[in-house]
Design a protein around this ligand. Structure first.
Ligand code: T4K
Length: 396
C-alpha cells in the first residue's frame, strides 16, 4: 500500500527507526519553541502594569505596542488583539466580507475556520508550487457571483503575489485581506507587509518568531477599516453605555503587550539568528540528494522563521520516513500544513471533490518538513539535525 508521498503507507511517524549515529537530542527540539528576547525588560514592564493595576482594556502598554508596530511596519493603523484567529474574524467583518471568500487550502486551518465560524464559505483555490501562495489564475477561476473577498496568505513569511491579487480584487470589486500570521518584519517589492490589500492580520502567538505569548493585530492604511476593527475588538462600545456595532472581546492584555514590546525591541537580533540558521540549514542540505531548503529572496527583508525542507519525489525516502527518523532522535519536525484544510473536517465532508481542483496543494503538502529554528537552536544542533536527515536519505 502506498501513502500520499507515494511511499509505503502506515504509521510512518511511529516507525521504529534505529537511532542516528549521532546521539539523539536529550530533550525535544521543537519547531515552535518561543523566542524570549529580553526577560528583564518583560518583567519590568509587567511589574509596571501590576503597579498601575491596569491589566487589559486598551491599556498603555497595548497602545505603546500598537504605535511601535505601526512605525516598524510603516502602516497607518495597528489594532492589537488577543490572537491571530480573532484578528482574522474581526478583519473579515470589518471589511464586510460575506457569502464566499477565496482562500488557499494550504494554510493553518485558522484561515478557513475564521470564515466558517462567522457563517461564511471558504472557497479553496490552488497554490503556485514554487511560492506555496495562492495562484492568482486559480483565484480568478474560483470567483462566482457569491464571492465577496479574497484572503491571501504570506505562507512561511514569503509574500503572496500581492500586486496580482490586488488587480484581481480591483477588477471584480472584491475585498482583499492578507493573512500575514507568518510575515511580521517581511517586505515585498521593498514595502513592508502590513499595508497591502484592504487590511492584513498578524499572529503573535508564542510559536511565532515575534510573540506576545498570545496576540495578533489587524493593520491597515484605511481609517474606516481601523475604526471598525477597534470598535469590534471591544463589543462595539464607543462610550461607557453606548454600543454602536457588532463586536466581540478581542482585547489584548497588558501582559501580552509587555512581552510584545520586550520582543519588538530585539526583533532584529532574532531575525539575525533565524537568518544564520536558515543559511546553515541550506548549506547542510546541499549534499543530500532529493531534499532542498525552500529559498528566501535575499533582496527583500525576511524573518526566516520557518525552515522548510522540501522532499523531492526523486528522494530515496519519503517525507514521513524522514520525519519518523527525526522524531526518533527527539527532533520534533512538523509536516505543516498537511493534509491541507480541504482534507480536514468539516471541509472534507462539505466538498469531497475539492482535491480535483487542488493538485498543487496536495503535492506540496505531501513533501514539506518544517525544521526547528529560533534563538534556542544553535549551529551544532543544526548540523546534528541535518546529519539525521542525511543518514535517513543516504543510508536508505
Ligand atoms: N494564520 C496562519 C497562517 C497561522 O499559521 C496561524 C497560527 C493563524 C492564522 C492563527 O493565529 P493564532 O490564533 O494562533 O494566533 C501552532 C500555533 O499555535 C499557531 O499559532 C500557528 N499558526 C501554527 C502554525 O502553529 P500547532 O497546532 O502546531 O501548535 P502546537 O501546540 O503543536 O505547538 C507547535 C510546537 O511548538 C510544538 O512542537 C510545541 C512547541 N511549543 C509550543 C508552545 C505553545 C513550545 O515549545 N512552547 C510553547 O509555548 O499551532
Amino acid at each position: 500500500m502506498r501513502g500520499p508521498t507515494g511511499r509505503k503507507a502506515g504509521c510512518a511517524l511511529c516507525l521504529n527507526w534505529r537511532v542516528s549515529s549521532a546521539a539523539p537530542f536529550g530533550s525535544p527540539l521543537h519547531v515552535g519553541q518561543p523566542n524570549i528576547g529580553n526577560r528583564d525588560r518583560f518583567l519590568e514592564l509587567t511589574a509596571q502594569a501590576l503597579d498601575r493595576r491596569w491589566l487589559t482594556n486598551d491599556g498603555p502598554l497595548v497602545r505603546d505596542l500598537e504605535a511601535r508596530i505601526a512605525l516598524y511596519l510603516g502602516v497607518k493603523h495597528c489594532v492589537a488583539v488577543v490572537n491571530g484567529t480573532v484578528a482574522l474574524e474581526i478583519g473579515i467583518r470589518a471589511l464586510g466580507m460575506s457569502g464566499e471568500v477565496i482562500v488557499p487550502s494550504y494554510t493553518f486551518v485558522a484561515t478557513a475556520h475564521a470564515l466558517r465560524w462567522l457563517g461564511l464559505v471558504p472557497v479553496f483555490a490552488d497554490i503556485d508550487p514554487t511560492t506555496h501562495a495562492l495562484d492568482p489564475a486559480a483565484v480568478r477561476r474560483a470567483i462566482t457571483p457569491a464571492t465577496t473577498g479574497i484572503i491571501g496568505v504570506h505562507l512561511w513569511g514569503r509574500p503572496a503575489p500581492v500586486l496580482e491579487l490586488e488587480s484581481v480584487a480591483r477588477e471584480h470589486d472584491l475585498a482583499l485581506m492578507f493573512d500575514a500570521a507568518h510575515a511580521f518584519g517581511v517586505s515585498s517589492g521593498g514595502r513592508m507587509v502590513g499595508s497591502f490589500g484592504d487590511a492584513e492580520i498578524f499572529s503573535f502567538h508564542a510559536t511565532k518568531f515575534f510573540n506576545s505569548i498570545e496576540g495578533g493585530a489587524i493593520t491597515t492604511d484605511d481609517d474606516e477599516v481601523a475604526r471598525r476593527a477597534r470598535l469590534m475588538r471591544n463589543f462595539g462600545f464607543v462610550a461607557e453605555d453606548t454600543v454602536v456595532s457588532d463586536g466581540t472581546n478581542g482585547k489584548m492584555s497588558e501582559i501580552s503587550a509587555a512581552m510584545g514590546i520586550a520582543n519588538l525591541e530585539v526583533v532584529d537580533d532574532i531575525i539575525r539568528v533565524n537568518r544564520r540558521n536558515h543559511a546553515l540549514y541550506t548549506r547542510e542540505s546541499e549534499d543530500i540528494p532529493g531534499v532542498t531548503v525552500l529559498p528566501i529572496a535575499d533582496d527583500e527583508r525576511s524573518n526566516y522563521q520557518y525552515v522548510v525542507l522540501m522532499v523531492d519525489e526523486s528522494c530515496a525516502v519519503g517525507r514521513d520516513e524522514i520525519i519518523g527518523r527525526l522524531r526518533e532522535n527527539n527532533v520534533l519536525a512538523r509536516r505543516y500544513f498537511w493534509p491541507g484544510c480541504h482534507r480536514m473536517e468539516p471541509y472534507r465532508t462539505l466538498d469531497p471533490r475539492a482535491s480535483e481542483r487542488l493538485p498543487e496543494t496536495e503535492r506540496v503538502a505531501d513533501r514539506v518538513v518544517v525544521l526547528p529554528t529560533g534563538m534556542n537552536v544553535d549551529e551544532d544542533s543544526i548540523r546534528r539535525v541535518m546529519s539525521i536527515v542525511r543518514e535517513s536519505v543516504v543510508g536508505a
